[in-house]
Design a protein around this ligand. Structure first.
Ligand code: ZN
Ligand code: ZN
Length: 445
């Protein structure tokens, strides 16, 4: 029997006008306490799961052991689990009467980098990636998301007399390469399984634990990758007049492309282009034949994106033309689209989360990283994506006022969330967000 069998929702009240019973609002304070008691009791297991996943990370589309660990947890809870959806993804379904289907997503993948936190449970694992050996680390905190995801599933099952509907918990591969969501959809996520009515996901970040950041509308950026191959005519460094120098052309491009940001884009709109790689040449006295420049383009709005892509392409062609070089090969590959938070889903969750977290629930500007959770939203699922903090509030305050060091952000080799308060906040917030939507539906609003 459920240990919280006593109803946590306030009892039904009579609607004066029609004398039909109307369901009352969620009793948030009581529900929050119940969730906290459940999480607290279960935390040692979640902690062990978190530290195991953290110590043994796997990168995009290699997450077989990670997925198996989550599959075992979900089966033990009574979920119907399908593995290998989108190569290494998981779909876990839990039916509990009539009601909407709510999807909760976690990512599975880690990053090809070395962890330098020195934590007792730090990763020392290596793998093969793109033909070379690399360290692997959960430096984006997807391990926190997985522990919170399992914790939320446990809590919702523990409170199953408080909601009706279907839980669709998915664990997505390859978020870091923004390809896992597409892979799951292509493998029938919304056709072999029911397309959910609503979806939620969270991401951790370098701010105070116990705090939740959220936003209506744009939640993350559009991401495009840029590859430009400038072709010249190689020759001797001492006789540049007989060459067309692609190093010079690339250098000019790297500088001039920033004028697309500063002179063409509306300064009040977000847009960034960063060149992250230059490949060309072998020796100091040889002018090479070609140089490859690679970068990332980030925007929020489609019209800003279109304007930037046009400007970047024109700049690349122009710098080549200036040197009488052949037109460059320009490849722009579309990555993730911006996450758009649904105003209705956010409003429902916001009301409950505000009551539970008070001023620790904070509206925030959109984040500039990208996120392929947008694939599910663009497939027509109204959703909410929110962020949870990972560091001690005192250290965050000290970093902010300059009295303490800056704290390592996601993707830093030193990124080191404080597990317990972070995971507990993830579970409480996600459980309440899901319950708020079930409740809203049950009340027919
Ligand atoms: Zn990341
Ligand atoms: Zn991430």
């Amino acid at each position: 029997m459920n240990r919280f069998a006593k109803p946590l929702l306030a009892s039904a009240a009579l609607c004066a006008a029609t004398l039909l019973p109307a369901r009352a609002e969620i009793d948030v304070a009581r529900l929050k306490t119940a969730i906290e008691v459940l999480v607290e009791g279960d935390y040692p297991k979640l902690d062990a799961l978190y530290k195991d996943i953290h110590a043994h990370p796997e990168i995009a589309f290699q997450e077989e052991k990670t997925a198996a660990k989550l599959a075992a947890e979900m089966r033990a809870l009574g979920f119907d689990v399908t593995e290998k959806v989108g190569k290494t993804g998981l779909v876990a379904i839990y039916k509990n009467g009539d009601g909407p289907t709510i999807m909760v997503r976690t990512e599975l993948d880690a990053l090809p980098m070395e962890e330098k936190t020195g934590l007792a449970y730090a990763s020392h694992d290596k793998t093969s990636w793109n033909g070379r050996e690399t360290f692997v680390a959960h430096s984006c905190g997807h391990d926190i998301h997985m522990a919170s995801w399992v914790g939320t599933a446990k809590t919702l099952v523990g409170l199953k007399d408080q909601w009706q509907g279907t839980l669709m918990f998915i664990a997505q591969p390859a978020e870091e390469t923004v390809s896992g969501a597409k892979a799951m959809l292509a493998d029938g996520l919304f056709t072999r399984f029911k397309k959910p009515d609503f979806a939620f996901a969270l991401h951790d970040g370098a701010f105070a634990y116990g705090t939740i950041n959220y936003r209506v509308g744009i939640g993350s950026s559009n991401s495009d990758s840029l590859f430009v191959r400038f072709r010249g005519r190689g020759g001797h460094g001492a006789a540049p007049q007989a060459t067309i120098d692609p190093v010079m052309i690339a250098a000019r491009f790297i500088v001039d492309v920033q004028s697309v940001i500063s002179r063409e884009k509306d300064p009040t709109e977000f847009g960034v282009v960063s060149i992250g790689a230059i490949h060309g040449g072998t020796a100091e006295n040889i002018i090479p034949d070609e140089v490859l420049v690679a970068g990332t383009i980030r925007t929020f709005k489609p019209e800003v994106r279109a304007k930037m892509l046009t400007g970047i392409e024109r700049t690349a062609k122009a710098v080549a033309a200036m040197s009488d070089a052949p037109a460059p090969d320009i490849k722009i590959t579309e990555g993730a689209k911006a996450v758009m938070n649904d105003p209705g889903v956010v409003a429902t969750a916001e009301k409950v989360l505000k009551e539970a977290f008070g001023d620790k629930l904070r509206p925030s500007p959109p984040g500039t990283p990208s996120e392929d959770f947008s694939e599910f939203i663009n497939a027509g699922v109204p959703s909410m994506f929110f962020n949870i903090g990972v560091y001690e509030p005192e250290r965050v305050a000290a970093a902010r006022d300059g009295s303490g060091p800056q704290l390592p952000p996601n993707h830093s080799p030193l990124f080191a969330p404080v597990p317990k308060p972070t995971i507990e906040t993830g579970v409480v917030a996600m459980t309440l967000a899901v319950l708020s939507t079930f409740d809203q539906h049950a009340r027919g609003k």
